[in-house]
Design a binder for this molecule. Structure first.
Ligand SMILES: [Zn+2]
Length: 66
């Protein structure tokens, strides 16, 4: 159990042992995924709110209407 949780930075493509979550992506099909950045890049990539779930219901184009 020596493996550390290493993630690849979305910005500089370098693996980091201290990943910072910068975004969570939801897809229509299949599970979403989390976007990580290294600490240096995270400063240039501030955490973003979940775009899809942040929209009020009236702005959702389709899918929720009955
Ligand atoms: Zn980086």
């Amino acid at each position: 159990m020596a493996r550390k949780p290493v993630r690849m930075c979305v910005r500089c493509q370098v693996t980091t042992e201290a990943p910072v979550v910068v975004a969570t992506v939801h897809q229509n099909s299949g599970p979403g995924f989390t976007v990580y950045a290294c600490r240096a890049c995270a400063e240039h990539c501030p955490p973003q709110p979940d775009v899809l779930t942040a929209l009020p219901p009236s702005q959702r184009s389709r899918g929720d209407q009955r």
